[in-house]
Design a protein around this ligand. Structure first.
Ligand SMILES: Cc1ncc(COP(=O)(O)O)c(C=O)c1O
Length: 430
């Protein structure tokens, strides 16, 4: 090539949640059955989508108009429905103009970072959800900037760490919050959200709040939408159909923009996101058409409550088994579809017994020069066929792994949690 064509940020685009699949597929091809606990797809893990939801979708799919384009910013009925919902539950007023649809939040995340000025940085949590951290690092060409989530305090953000970093780094233009959090399962209190809003206010920043799991919070947890504490701070809330319908294949996510009239620069930035969407024509029509009918249906609330109870029970089951193992910490998740285990001191030479010689030698060759928690994850794959994601893949200095709560078969899920517990014990045995 006569010119270099690779973007400065290209090497920072990593997504361990799917990268682990390469290794898992090789192990699978050698005869090991794999339990896929790495990807947050409830449907793939056996959840049946409620028949009444499927009826609404199939009825609309039968109408020719659902095959057409829709508005670039999103179907007007869907945007009005979302704006009304925000206004009903919070102290602020938004309109359909403050709602923008994307092809899943993955698309929204990519655009939100890509259309920021390159020097404007967003600080996000560590452990970090890789789609955000990689997109931010890719956009800036530098390592993602992070504040700590504290496993000794329910994985809540370390607010001193956040404020210090914001104070001494004036390239930071915004704060990312993921609530409920992926990978930790933490759900922040109203007081914490208010403190983050105050920091944003004090240093003239905007907030991005990923609320994908807002409707998957557990019965013993009080949930607070950012919109109810945002005051006058410019902000973006990110929502999606993927995890709550669930319908990850819909590729339907949206952003709600708060206080765009309060800051000229923020307003221009939001306009640039809408222009970017126009270049693309629009996001997928069908999910937007059915959204008001599904989310506005009287059965939807019960649907969400029942699902939350289901994941609550699973989170408790996992936590009861894993939190008592010496040498690791497992904080009880309060929402979302995952739990995280961290090691106090993971050995660099730990092993698990692998019966099959071919798999054993493959794993032995794969673990050279990998982080210590990834070594455990590879051995777990080879020995037990359970595919989880190493925490080092989440921009974290802490060593551990994330596992989903999604396996729908009770017996299999029970086996997964118990096998994880025994594998950790075996690995840490001196
Ligand atoms: C916190 C978070 N944000 C965004 C996404 C992306 O969701 P979508 O399916 O809408 O692209 C995920 C998916 O796992 C997620 O966990």
């Amino acid at each position: 090539m006569r010119r270099e064509i690779v973007h400065e940020g290209a090497k920072r685009l990593t997504y361990e949640i799917r990268e682990i699949v390469k290794i898992a597929r090789i192990v699978e091809s050698m005869g090991q059955e794999i339990s896929w606990e790495n990807i947050g797809d409830p449907v793939q893990k056996g959840e049946e989508v409620a028949p009444w939801i499927r009826e609404i979708v199939s009825g609309t799919a039968n109408e020719s108009y659902s095959f057409g384009y829709t508005d670039s910013q999103g179907d007007i009925n869907a945007r009005e429905f979302i704006a009304q919902d925000v206004n009903n539950r919070s102290g602020i007023e938004i309109t359909s103009n403050d709602v923008i649809f994307f092809n899943g939040l993955g698309d929204a995340i990519s655009k939100v970072y890509n259309y920021l000025k390159r020097e404007a940085r967003i600080i996000g949590p560590s452990p970090a959800y890789s789609t955000h951290s990689s997109a931010e690092a890719g956009h800036s060409g530098y390592q993602h900037l992070t504040y700590k989530l504290d496993p000794d305090n329910y994985w809540f953000p370390d607010l001193d760490d956040l404020e210090n970093k914001v104070k001494y780094n004036d390239s930071i233009a915004g704060i990312l919050i993921i609530n409920p959090d992926n990978p930790t399962g933490s759900v922040y209190t109203k007081a914490i959200l208010k403190s983050i809003v105050s920091i944003a206010e004090k240093y003239d920043l905007f907030i991005i709040c990923d609320e994908t799991y807002a409707n998957v919070t557990f019965p013993d947890t009080t949930w607070t939408f950012l919109s109810s504490v945002i005051n006058n701070v410019p902000a973006i809330s990110m929502r999606s159909l993927s995890k709550e319908l669930p319908w990850p294949g819909s590729r339907c996510g949206w952003i709600e923009v708060y206080n765009r009239d309060k800051d000229e620069e923020f307003h221009k930035y939001i306009e640039s996101l809408i222009s970017a969407k126009r270049l693309e024509v629009c996001s997928t029509t069908l999910p937007q058409l059915v959204l008001p009918r599904i989310l506005g249906d009287s059965r939807y609330k019960t649907h969400l409550v029942e699902r939350s109870k289901k994941f609550y029970k699973r989170a408790n089951d996992a936590w009861e088994l894993l939190s008592v193992i010496p040498g690791v910490k497992c904080v009880k998740p309060r929402g979302g579809l995952y739990f995280t285990v961290i090691f106090d001191d993971i050995p660099g030479d730990g092993v698990l017994y692998i019966k099959d010689d071919k798999i054993k030698s493959f794993i032995e060759s794969a673990v050279t020069n990998v982080p210590k928690d990834k070594r455990f994850v590879y051995y777990l794959l080879g020995a037990k066929g359970i595919c989880v994601v190493p925490l080092s893949g989440f921009y974290s200095e802490l060593e551990g792994f994330r596992c989903t709560l999604l396996e729908d078969n009770d017996k299999k899920r029970d086996w997964i949690f118990k096998t994880l517990a025994s594998a950790i014990g075996e690995y840490l045995k001196k």
